[in-house]
Design a protein. Structure first.
Length: 447
C-alpha cells in the first residue's frame, strides 16, 4: 500500500513539475522553498540538535488558528524547541512575521520517505501536531517508527473530502493507526473519522480552535488609533464600508454589481476587496477598472488619510482581519463558488454583520450555528447578494443585531484551546510538571 502511494506521489510530482516551473517563472512562487520541500533545511534551524515540537499549518487560516496554542506550549514545554511548517508562501510569511514564540519556520517536505526522514533528523520532534486535516502517510509512518507522538488538532472531515477518503479506506485506515490522538471540531467530523477507521478511544471532540485564536477587541483599547494598517483607512463613522473577504475567481463580479447598486443610494460608500490569492491582485484591479470604479491598491494608499476612491484592493498579507474593524458589512468569499467557504469568525469577533454564499461545507458546523442563532445571513446567488447587502446597509438595527449575536457566539464557544492542550498533555506529559491529567469535557460547540 505504502509503496503504491509513494510511487503515485512521485509520479504526481513529476507530472505537476511543469506547473511549478511556470509558477516559479511567472510569479516567483516556490523558488526559495524548493530545497526545504526536499528536506534540505538550514542547519541553523536546529544547530544543537535539540528536541522539539513540530506544528504543521498549511496556510494563513491554519497558522492563525495555531497561534492560540503557542503561548501555552511554550510555557508547558520550556525545554523543547517550537517549530512550525507551512505549505503556502502566504502562510510562511505570516508565521515568520506575525507569530511570537517560534524557534523556526520552514516549508513542509514532500511526502516521500527519504525526504521526510531527512527533515525529521534535523527537526528532531518529540511531538508532531497537524492542524485541521493534514494526513500524510509516509511522514506519519516515519513518526511512528521513530517514536514521535502525533496528534491532529482542530481536525475536521468535510463532506467534500469524506467520499475521497472513504474510497481509499484500506490505506487510510492504516495511516490513521499511526496517529496517536485526534482532537476534532465537532461530532459529525468525529463520526466520519471513526467510520474511516480511527480508533474511537483516540478521538475527542474538543470544538473548533478558531474561536480561541481570536483576540477580544476589548483587550486592546485604542487599537484603531494605534494600528498601523488602520492609519491608511481614516474612515468617517458616517461612511459605509463593504468588505469582500478572501474572494475567488467568479465572486468579484457579483460583488461589484452589488456595489454598483449600493453606490446609487450611498455615493461615498467604500468597497474593500481582499482576493484570496496574491497572484490575482492585478487581475482584480483590472476588473474594478473595467467596472467603471476608481480603484487603488492598499500599498498605494497615503498614510493618515481617508481613501478617496470607490474600491481598495487589499494587496497585502495578514491585514484583512484588522480591517474588519472599519466594516459596515462583510461578505466572506469562497462561498459563492463551490469551494467550501472561508472563516467567518474573524469579522464575528468585531461584531460585524456577515454574509456568505451557499457553499460553506468546509465550515458547515460553524455556519449552521450562526444561521440558527440569526448571527449571519446566507445568500444563494449573486442577485440575492445584491439585495442582502443593500438591505443591510439601509437597516442599522438589523446590522447591530446580527453583529451582537455573532460576537456573543464567539465568546460562548471558546474553550477548545484548553481541551486540546489537555489531550496534548496526556500524550506528552511535561517533564517538569506535577499537574495531574484532567478529564476532557465535551465541547459546547457540537451539532
Amino acid at each position: 500500500m505504502y509503496l503504491i502511494y509513494s510511487l503515485l506521489t512521485f509520479a504526481f510530482f513529476v507530472t505537476v513539475s511543469p506547473y511549478f516551473g511556470y509558477q516559479a517563472l511567472r510569479y516567483r512562487k516556490y523558488v526559495n522553498s524548493f530545497w526545504q520541500r526536499l528536506g534540505y533545511l538550514p542547519v541553523s534551524l536546529n544547530v544543537d540538535a535539540e528536541s522539539s515540537i513540530w506544528i504543521h499549518a498549511v496556510s494563513v487560516g491554519e497558522v492563525l488558528t495555531a497561534r492560540a496554542l503557542l503561548p501555552e506550549l511554550r510555557e508547558r514545554y520550556p525545554s523543547l524547541r517550537l517549530f512550525m511548517s507551512t505549505t503556502t508562501m502566504t502562510g510562511q510569511r505570516l508565521a515568520r512575521e506575525n507569530l511570537q514564540g517560534l524557534d523556526g519556520v520552514f516549508y513542509f517536505p514532500f511526502d516521500l520517505n527519504f525526504i521526510v526522514n531527512r527533515t525529521l533528523r534535523l527537526v528532531k520532534p518529540k511531538l508532531f501536531i497537524m492542524m485541521e486535516t493534514e494526513i500524510w502517510p509516509n511522514l506519519l509512518r516515519a513518526c511512528h517508527r521513530y517514536d514521535v507522538k502525533t496528534i491532529l488538532v482542530n481536525g475536521r472531515i468535510s463532506s467534500r473530502s469524506y467520499p475521497r477518503y472513504r474510497a481509499i479506506r484500506p490505506l487510510f485506515c492504516k495511516v490513521l493507526a499511526h496517529v496517536d490522538r485526534f482532537c476534532m471540531q465537532g461530532n459529525e467530523s468525529s463520526r466520519r473519522l471513526i467510520e474511516l477507521g480511527a480508533d474511537p478511544g483516540r478521538v475527542t471532540v474538543t470544538g473548533t480552535l478558531k474561536f480561541d485564536s481570536l483576540e477580544t477587541p476589548a483587550a486592546r483599547p485604542g487599537l484603531q488609533m494605534k494600528d498601523r494598517v488602520l492609519r491608511y483607512f481614516r474612515i468617517s463613522d458616517l461612511r459605509h464600508v463593504v468588505v469582500a473577504a478572501s474572494t475567488l475567481r467568479g465572486e468579484e463580479e457579483p460583488v461589484l454589481r452589488a456595489f454598483a447598486k449600493i453606490k446609487l443610494d450611498t455615493a461615498d460608500a467604500l468597497l474593500i476587496i481582499a482576493p484570496r490569492h496574491p497572484e490575482r491582485f492585478d487581475e482584480v484591479v483590472r476588473m474594478v477598472d473595467s467596472a467603471g470604479f476608481s480603484a487603488a491598491r492598499r500599498t498605494d494608499l497615503p498614510i493618515d488619510s481617508e481613501p478617496r476612491v470607490d474600491v481598495v484592493v487589499l494587496d497585502t498579507i495578514g491585514e484583512l482581519a484588522r480591517l474588519y474593524q472599519i466594516a459596515t458589512v462583510v461578505f466572506v468569499g469562497g462561498s459563492l463558488v463551490d469551494v467550501g467557504g472561508h472563516n467567518i469568525l474573524e469579522p464575528a469577533i468585531f461584531g460585524k454583520p456577515i454574509v456568505f454564499g451557499p457553499w460553506m461545507q468546509n465550515f458547515k458546523e460553524v455556519a449552521e450555528t450562526f444561521l440558527a442563532a440569526n448571527g449571519a445571513c446566507q445568500v444563494q446567488s449573486g442577485d440575492e447578494l445584491e439585495e442582502t447587502l443593500q438591505a443591510l446597509l439601509n437597516d442599522p438595527v438589523r446590522r447591530a443585531g446580527l453583529g451582537a449575536t455573532a460576537r456573543a457566539l464567539v465568546e460562548s464557544n471558546r474553550g477548545a484551546k484548553e481541551r486540546s492542550l489537555e489531550v496534548i498533555q496526556e500524550l506528552l506529559p511535561p517533564v517538569d510538571s506535577e499537574t495531574s491529567v484532567r478529564v476532557v469535557s465535551p465541547s459546547r460547540f457540537a451539532p
